[in-house]
Structures are given as structure tokens and as C-alpha cells.
Design a protein around this ligand. Structure first.
Ligand SMILES: *[C@@H]1O[C@H](CO)[C@@H](O)[C@H](O)[C@H]1NC(C)=O
Ligand SMILES: *[C@@H]1O[C@H](CO)[C@@H](O)[C@H](O)[C@H]1NC(C)=O
Ligand SMILES: *[C@@H]1O[C@H](CO)[C@@H](O)[C@H](O)[C@H]1NC(C)=O
Ligand SMILES: *[C@@H]1O[C@H](CO)[C@@H](O)[C@H](O)[C@H]1NC(C)=O
Ligand SMILES: *[C@@H]1O[C@H](CO)[C@@H](O)[C@H](O)[C@H]1NC(C)=O
Ligand SMILES: *[C@@H]1O[C@H](CO)[C@@H](O)[C@H](O)[C@H]1NC(C)=O
Ligand SMILES: *[C@@H]1O[C@H](CO)[C@@H](O)[C@H](O)[C@H]1NC(C)=O
Length: 868
């Protein structure tokens, strides 16, 4: 929102200065220049044009256009942004037919291009401010020769084109103001790259910092929430003459809306909300870390729902595993197996994608998707293909990428399918390698980068142990010996697409990467040496036997760094074995503390690392096996959620609380988990919850309460506001995540954080609203609402959940208070404050709610706003 001190020059003052409406005051002519305080006002009174002085102290005066019918001075266009006038100024049409701004001394500070003499001779010049905010210079008989819409500043109004006119070379782009009171060109600009399928890029100075994704016939593939709604449509036009983007309002849509690049480089869509008398931000880009330009390098796929956020496309592996482990994915990924152009290559599909940069892509609107596939296969340079017109499923339109695939991300929902070419051996086994219309598809595998690290550290320790015991391990691995263990495929269950391990998606244990915080990696107490560790090492024969010689039937999943197998030990214990792929061979001593930490933690609500196994180049970690996978597979699955009745849910909530309490207080160390979420809560055979994934956990000294990181890791939707915004984490940020979990468990709904599509998808807000309206019980998961639930417990859990997600960390209870509240029968709990609506998007939820409440007469205009 633009709020400047000089808005004291308010509408009232402006109106007093306006001439009576009888005369046409929307034009400047040769004989009638515009001077001093006079302003032009468009026919319906929407826009005004005149001189303004944003910073009264500096006294710099600019010619600009602003909204004339709202009380907040909002400038949408500036003429002389680089050359302000000090003192009085005049706008006139000069003898050459050019609009000029002249200063008090008669010097020209700004001029539109000179009009060709032929046009000039033909007739009178008029410059008129139109009601859409366009200021046009016309000549009788020659039409418009110049318009402000062709020279945007930081604002894109409805109808304005953003893009290139190839005939004239005119490149319309927007660039930020330097500061909110200084319209001179700032650091950021947003402009089109017309190569391939055009895409918009945000530049900071001349460096790209964000790409919108190529246009896919319907929207920019990286901005899936900007889509046509009932009153506003987005258009992209690409012809031999022009390539531009614009959005238009329906006739009669009585809304004021604009896109603006603010001076911090945020591209925002705002809408004027009358009842609040202010502008509200409806979307803002870039919006998360995944939007950093090429954040995950070539063939890397960014996904904010994952941590680490960078993964590789299926069939690819990190090029620099060590940097990836440190959560720097910018080095990208490389192919496991080189392509064989002459035959056998196939495609793996990646879903919900922001398409790669298309500068080196070809677009052929005549090819359907199958022809597209054939065409890509027959071109050795082709790396991937996708539909280039998603608005006609099964119709025509083909993208083919011939260069590296760059700047990809994966969305939770939205985005589109991308077909990535792979060598036959890298194709998922159930996929048909070629020429099939119904090729089986696999998902992108987001690899468990840090799991590798855990593995490595575990191995370092194992090596040490081995050295000590000088125990010889026969290298029996992979020599094809068959063990008499029966098939156990039924135990492996139905893991979807090999992505999940029984430990959630990325069970990783590693130190944090924040170099500046390295000291916090070391526990202040309990600095032991290796002898402290109680990490058993397993014989390789034991593991071979337990996993049926790593039979495919025992495979639970495949992470980026190696497969995970289910197994059963002789004593009947079920285990999960993570087998490190051979290519990863970094010794990472600095992670030793973390493994020490994990090996030391023992609690019935934490997942247990049982030991490790090392043999030649084989490296494995052994965990207890979780028969019921993770909480999210029940909670957010329509078929399974009713299996968790209230009693189970309440016991899960209690178990999680005890696990966190142990981490925070009751273990020898103080540990902040930092990535608590439903997929990191594993469930054993009896549905007991176990916290897993200590990949980003931090050890605090006993007297330490908060820490700060520059690199926020974790999962949006579960992050407390102070952590997401400022990198401040503490036990109270875990409490926040716990609160989100509680509300999810009670409601059976996922809190989507950044990605809420509709109002009600922001779970915290929904819970709060029901709470305030006294309809708390409606929050309970409908699938168990009919069954006997302990109403007091339900309400108490919701209240505790709300207490945990309060904006201010100091208002949130500690975990020991939480466990006490959960255990007590007494209903006297504190009254929660309004929750933080998670990660800085509160404005949106607020406004949408406000708008739909207060504006029902026009609700079609405001309730259908797009958002995530
Ligand atoms: C412009 O406004 C100022 C103060 O509002 C006033 O003093 C001045 O006379 C005005 N000038 C003209 C040309 O109207
Ligand atoms: C008109 O253009 C000519 C040539 O560009 C220039 O020399 C002259 O000063 C201009 N006249 C005015 C009034 O700006
Ligand atoms: C120019 O404008 C004047 C006054 O508006 C008008 O009388 C005259 O006919 C116009 N000339 C042309 C060529 O349009
Ligand atoms: C730009 O927008 C972002 C996101 O809404 C906001 O955090 C930032 O303060 C804004 N910058 C300015 C200068 O208004
Ligand atoms: C490519 O595939 C063909 C047919 O399967 C095979 O004959 C050829 O050796 C392969 N080339 C390479 C370089 O792998
Ligand atoms: C995309 O498909 C839609 C629906 O079939 C069609 O109307 C539109 O013209 C297509 N766009 C292009 C660029 O071919
Ligand atoms: C496009 O290809 C050129 C030449 O091969 C290469 O230099 C450039 O990096 C590629 N750009 C992209 C975005 O792949």
C-alpha cells in the first residue's frame, strides 16, 4: 500500500482546486497548457493528471497520473521520473507536436517523441486523459501518436500492454520506484523475454531474480493462481507483430485493481477495498524461496513443501551432493545414465510443474501431445516436452526443450505435466519406454538429500567401531545368494510411487548448514567421544537375510540417495533399511554431533535408529519399522481418515506432545526440531506416534532460548511467523508447528500456508472463526463427527491448538504447559488471541474475509479473487 506523508494534500484539497465540471477538463491543447495546481480529471472522474511533489522537503515535482476518486493518493504513472522539476512546472504541446514538461526557467525537462511533420501539418493536437488512466496525444486526422500506456512506470493498469511491439521495437516493461517517495527508476524491473514461449522476468539491476514460467496457453506456468475469474481476464497475445500480456476488466466491473512493482521488488496485485478505505494485496510475487531464479539449477526441481526444497527430476542426481546436503541446490542435477539417441529413450512425467525456461524451446502449435512426443524422440537434442496449450486438453500445442531444463518448481496443486526424456535404464520399471499413448508415468522424486548425510555420519561412526573391533565382515553382498526368507510384499503395503519411506519423505539427520551458527551445533553439555555412542553395527548377512537379499518385493521406496527396504530380523523385529547409493562418498565429520544426538535420543514417541551396517562400499542405516507409515497418509486421505477415531487422535496428540516435551526439556540436550509436520509423525502398528526427521533439528545450550538463521528451512504452513519472516526460532516455534498439527488432527484438514486457494483453506483462520462464533465443534473432522467423541477433549484440543498458534511467541504455552493442559480435566484454559495466519499472508485472508463480509452487494467482485 502506498502511504505517504504528503497525502495530506488530500482529495478534498484537490477537489477545491478543480474547475467546475461543466467544462471539459480532461484535455491539454496547444493553446491550453496545464500549469501549477490545475489537474486534468478523466471523464468519469476515475483518474487525475497533474503535478505532484511526493517528498515536500525535497521539493521535487513530477507530472503524474493518480486515482482521483479515492482518498489515498496512489500514483500510477510518472512522466519525468528521472528529471524532476524544482519549483513550478508546465505541461504543454510544443511546436514540434511533442508533449513537454517545462520548468520555471523555460527549460524542457521531459518530452515525448517529436511528431512527424506530416502529421503535425495535418491538424490540431489534443492530449486527453482517458478514464482507463491512459493519457493520449492525438492529432486531428492522425489518431493517437503517443500514449502513456506505452511507457509504464511501476504500475500495470487494466488494459495496459506489457511486452514488445516488434514493428517499432517498443519494449513496454515496468520498473520500480526507488523508494515510496521517490519515483526515479529503482532497482527492479519486470520485462518479457520473447524467445521460446514468452516469459516474464524480474530483474534486479540487470540480474534475473525471478521468472514467471512460460505462457502455456492459459496462464504463466509459474503463477498458477493468476487466472481468469468472473470479472477479470488475463490475456497473452503473440503474433509476428507483437508479444504482450495484459489483463482486462469486464465491462461494468466496478473495481479498482492494479499490478505494481513495489520498491522492494515485489510484483503485487492490489485491489481497492472501499470499506477499508485502503488497497489490499491479493497476490505478491516472488512469494517464496522457490521463486529465486534457477534456485535448484539445471534439472533441479524446487518444492517449498519439501525440505530441503531442492530435489532432482526423476532419473537425475545432484551434481554436487555435498552442496546439496548443505541445502545449496543451485548446482543442479545430472543424469544417472546418458541418453541413447538411437533408441530406447523414454519419458517420465513430472506433475504440477512450473515449466522450465523456454528460451531454447521450440513451440509448435500444430502438434498434438503424441506427435509432440514422437517429434521430441526423433530429435537427439530434445530434453523434454509438454503441452503448449493447456486450455485444450488433448488438443494441439507442443513445447520441446532442447537445452538444459532450468528454473523448474513443483506445486502442490496447479502447474502442468512435463515429460522429461530419460535413458531406458532410468525409466521407472512400470513405464513403457516408447511410442505408447498410455506410457506409465512416474512422479518426480524429491530425494532425501540429508538422509544421505545421516547415513554417512552413521557410517563414520561404524567405521570407527569397526576399526576398534577389527572385525572382518565377509563381503557377501550382491553375489546373488538367495536367502530362504519368504516373500514379504504384503508387508510393504501400498506405498505410492516409491516416494515415501516409512519415515516420511525425507528422513534425514544432519547438522544445520548455517555456518554463522555453527557453535550451536555443539551441545554445550555432554560432549562425549565415540565411546559414548550406543549405535550397534549389524552384520551384512543379517541385513541380507532380513531383507531377502534386497528383493524388489521388500523395497519400500526410493529416495534420491538410495532405496529403502523393509526387513525382519531373526528375533521378529521389523526394520527399515536405508541403503546408500554407491556414488555418494563424502565423509562429513561435522555431522558427527548430530548423529551422536540421534543415537542418544530415546523416547517412545521418537523414531529409533537401531544401528548401521557397513561392508566394502555398502553403507546402510537401520531403523525400527513403522507399520502404519505417517500421520498424513491417514489424516488427509478420505478413505482412511475415519480409521482415526477421536480416542486415537487424542492419544496421537498426547504422544506428539510428549515427544516434543522430551526434545525441549527432558532429554540431556535441548533440541528444536524445526520441521514438525504430519508427514514427519510416523505411526507404529498400534498407531503410536513417533517423531522422525531430525534433518534440520538444532541443539540449544541449556540456557539458550532463541536463535537466528538466515536460511529458513522447514515447511510452509507449519512455520511460525517469526521464523518464516525473520528466521528466529525457539521452542516456541516448535510449539506453533505443534498447534498447527493439533488443528490438523482435529479437523482432518491440511493447513496450506502459502497455498490456500479459498478462504477456508487457511485452517488457523477457520478454526479461529468457529471459535469466536461459538461453533467450535463444527471444526471436528466430519468423518468422525458422528462417532462418540469426547466433546470436552475436542474443545480443549482446539483451544490448545489456538493457544499454540498465537502470533506472539511469548503468548504461546510451553510444551510442559501443553502436556499439563492436555492431561487435566479442569477446563480453565487461557483464552487464545487471534492466531497468526501463517507466514505473512495474513493481509490476504483478512481482506478477503473483510471484503466478503462487508460487501455482499458486490460480492461477485471480491469473493472470486484469485489467490492460492
Ligand atoms: C496552488 O496551491 C497553493 C497552495 O495550495 C496556492 O498557494 C497557490 O496559489 C496555488 N497556485 C495556483 C496557480 O493556483
Ligand atoms: C523541434 O525539433 C527540432 C529538431 O529536433 C529542434 O531543433 C527544435 O528546437 C524543436 N522545437 C521545439 C520548440 O522544441
Ligand atoms: C484546430 O482547433 C481550433 C479550435 O479548437 C479549430 O477552430 C480549428 O478548426 C482546428 N483546426 C483543424 C485543422 O482541425
Ligand atoms: C513490498 O511488498 C512487500 C510484500 O508485501 C513488503 O514486505 C515490502 O515492505 C514492500 N516494500 C515497500 C517499499 O513497500
Ligand atoms: C543405443 O541403443 C541401441 C539399440 O538398443 C544399441 O544398439 C546401442 O549400442 C546403444 N548405444 C549406446 C551408445 O548405448
Ligand atoms: C488453445 O486451445 C483453446 C481451446 O481449444 C483454443 O480456443 C485456443 O485458440 C488455443 N490457443 C492457441 C494459441 O492455439
Ligand atoms: C540456450 O542455448 C544457448 C546456446 O546453446 C546457451 O548458451 C544458453 O545458456 C541456453 N539458455 C537456456 C536458458 O537454456
Amino acid at each position: 500500500m502506498m502511504t505517504w506523508p504528503w497525502r495530506a494534500l488530500s482529495l478534498a484539497a484537490l477537489l477545491l482546486l478543480l474547475p467546475s465540471p461543466a467544462e471539459p477538463f480532461d484535455t491539454v491543447t496547444t493553446g491550453a497548457p496545464l500549469a501549477g495546481n490545475r489537474t486534468l480529471v478523466s471523464a468519469k472522474g476515475t483518474f487525475a493528471l497533474g503535478f505532484f511533489t511526493p517528498d515536500a522537503a525535497a521539493g521535487r515535482t513530477y507530472l503524474g497520473i493518480w486515482y482521483s476518486n479515492i482518498p489515498t493518493m496512489t500514483v500510477v504513472w510518472v512522466a519525468n521520473r528521472a528529471s524532476p522539476v524544482l519549483g513550478s512546472a508546465v505541461l504543454k504541446i510544443d511546436a514540434n507536436g511533442s508533449l513537454v514538461v517545462v520548468n520555471g526557467q523555460g527549460g524542457v525537462v521531459w518530452a515525448s517523441p517529436v511528431t512527424p511533420a506530416a502529421v503535425l501539418r495535418a491538424g490540431n493536437a489534443t492530449a486527453q486523459l482517458l478514464d482507463n488512466g491512459n493519457f493520449v496525444l492525438r492529432f486531428a486526422g492522425a489518431g493517437v501518436v503517443w500514449q502513456s500506456f506505452d511507457y509504464p512506470t511501476d504500475t500495470l493498469l487494466p488494459g495496459m500492454k506489457l511486452g514488445i511491439d516488434f514493428r517499432t521495437g517498443l519494449d513496454r516493461y515496468i520498473s520500480s520506484w526507488r523508494a515510496s517517495d521517490d519515483p526515479s527508476p529503482g532497482e527492479y524491473s519486470f520485462r518479457i523475454d520473447p524467445r521460446g514461449s514468452p516469459e516474464f522476468f524480474l530483474y534486479r539491476w540487470s540480474t534475473r531474480t525471478y521468472g514467471s514460467g512460460p505462457w502455456n496457453g492459459y496462464q504463466f506456468s509459474g503463477v498458477p493462481n493468476l487466472r481468469t475469474n468472473t470479472f477479470l481476464s488475463y490475456q497473452y497475445v503473440s503474433t509476428a507483430d507483437e508479444a504482450y500480456y495484459r489483463y482486462v476488466l469486464d465491462d461494468g466491473a466496478a473495481v479498482l485493481t492494479r499490478f505494481v512493482m513495489n520498491s522492494s521488488g515485489q510484483m503485487q496485485r492490489l485491489m481497492w477495498i472501499d470499506t477499508r478505505r485502503s488497497w489490499s494485496v491479493f497476490s505478491s510475487y516472488p512469494m517464496d524461496e522457490c521463486e529465486a531464479y534457477r534456485a535448484c539449477g539445471a534439472y533441479g526441481v524446487c518444492n517449498v513443501e519439501q525440505s530441503p526444497m531442492c530435489g532432482c527430476a526423476a532419473g537425475f542426481e545432484p551434481r554436487y551432493p555435498r552442496a546439496w546436503a548443505l541445502r545449496d541446490g543451485s548446482g543442479g542435477c545430472e543424469r544417472r545414465t546418458a541418453l541413447n539417441c538411437t533408441g530406447g529413450d523414454g519419458f517420465a512425467v513430472a506433475r504440477n510443474m512450473k515449466l522450465p525456461e523456454s528460451a531454447n524451446a521450440t513451440v509448435d502449435m500444430a502438434l498434438g501431445l503424441d506427435e509432440c512426443r514422437q517429434s521430441c524422440l526423433s530429435n537427439c537434442a530434445c530434453r523434454a516436452y509438454a503441452s503448449a496449450n493447456v486450455s485444450s486438453p488433448g488438443g494441439k500445442g507442443c513445447f520441446m526443450w532442447t537445452g538444459d531444463l532450468l528454473d523448474m518448481r513443483q506445486f502442490d496443486s496447479g502447474g502442468q505435466d512435463l515429460f522429461v526424456r530419460l535413458a531406458a535404464s532410468d525409466l521407472p520399471t512400470n513405464s513403457v519406454s516408447d511410442n505408447s499413448q498410455t506410457a506409465k508415468l512416474v512422479e518426480i522424486i524429491v530425494p532425501s538429500v540429508v538422509a544421505l548425510l545421516l547415513l554417512l555420519v552413521g557410517l563414520v561412526i561404524c567405521v570407527i567401531k569397526l576399526k576398534k573391533s577389527r572385525k572382518a565382515i565377509p563381503s557377501a553382498l550382491n553375489n546373488g545368494q538367495v536367502t530362504p526368507f519368504g516373500q514379504r510384499s504384503h508387508i510393504a503395503g501400498s506405498l505410492d510411487n516409491g516416494q515415501n519411506t516409512p519415515f516420511g519423505q525425507r528422513n534425514h539427520i544432519a547438522a544445520s548448514n548455517d555456518a554463522q551458527n555453527n557453535s550451536s551445533l555443539r551441545p554445550t553439555a555432554g560432549q562425549g567421544n565415540h565411546q559414548d555412542l550406543d549405535l550397534p553395527s549389524f552384520d551384512v548377512e543379517t541385513i541380507l537375510y532380513a531383507t531377502n537379499n534386497f528383493s524388489a518385493d521388500n523395497k519400500l521406496g526410493q529416495g534420491g540417495f538410495g532405496p529403502v527396504y523393509m526387513g525382519r530380523l531373526d528375533n521378529g523385529q521389523d526394520i527399515a533399511v536405508k541403503r546408500l547409493s554407491r556414488r555418494s562418498t563424502q565423509g562429513l565429520r561435522e555431522f558427527k554431533n548430530e548423529v551422536k544426538l540421534i543415537a542418544k535420543l530415546q523416547h517412545r514417541n521418537l523414531v529409533r535408529l537401531l544401528g548401521c551396517c557397513i561392508d566394502g562400499s555398502e553403507r546402510m542405516l537401520i531403523y525400527e519399522y513403522m507399520h502404519n507409515r505417517s500421520l498424513n497418509t491417514f489424516l488427509f486421505n478420505e478413505e482412511k481418515q475415519s480409521m482415526l477415531n477421536w480416542a486415537k487422535r487424542f492419544s496421537i496428540i498426547n504422544g506428539i506432545a510428549r515427544g516434543i516435551l522430551y526434545l525441549h526439556q527432558d532429554s540431556a540436550l535441548r533440541i528444536i526440531h524445526r520441521d514438525l509436520k504430519a508427514s514427519n509423525i510416523l505411526l507404529d502398528r498400534d498407531m503410536n506416534p513417533k517423531i522422525s526427521d531430525f534433518g534440520v533439528a538444532r541443539i540449544f545450550g541449556t540456557d539458550q532460548t532463541t536463535a537466528y538463521t538466515k536460511k529458513v528451512v522447514g515447511t510452509y504452513g507449519y512455520m511460525s511467523p517469526e521464523y518464516a519472516m525473520d528466521g528466529v526460532f525457539s521452542m516456541k516455534s516448535d510449539v506453533f508447528s505443534f498447534g498447527v498439527l493439533v488443528l490438523e488432527i482435529v479437523s482432518g484438514k491440511k493447513n496450506r500456508g502459502f497455498y490456500h486457494n479459498e478462504l477456508d483453506l487457511n485452517l488457523l483462520r477457520y478454526a479461529w472463526r468457529l471459535w469466536k462464533e461459538g461453533r467450535t465443534l463444527e471444526f471436528l473432522d466430519q468423518s468422525i463427527a458422528g462417532t462418540s467423541s469426547n466433546v470436552t477433549e475436542v474443545v480443549r484440543c482446539i483451544q490448545i491448538g489456538l493457544l499454540c498458534v498465537q502470533e506472539q511467541p511469548r503468548h504461546r504455552p510451553t510444551m510442559s504447559a501443553v502436556t499439563m493442559m492436555l492431561g487435566s480435566e479442569s477446563p480453565v484454559l487461557l483464552e487464545p488471541c487471534e492466531p497468526a495466519f501463517s507466514t505473512g499472508r495474513s493481509l490476504i485472508s483478512d481482506d478477503t474475509a473483510e471484503a466478503s463480509r462487508s460487501n455482499s452487494a458486490r460480492s461477485w467482485t471480491v469473493t472470486v479473487v484469485e489467490g492460492r
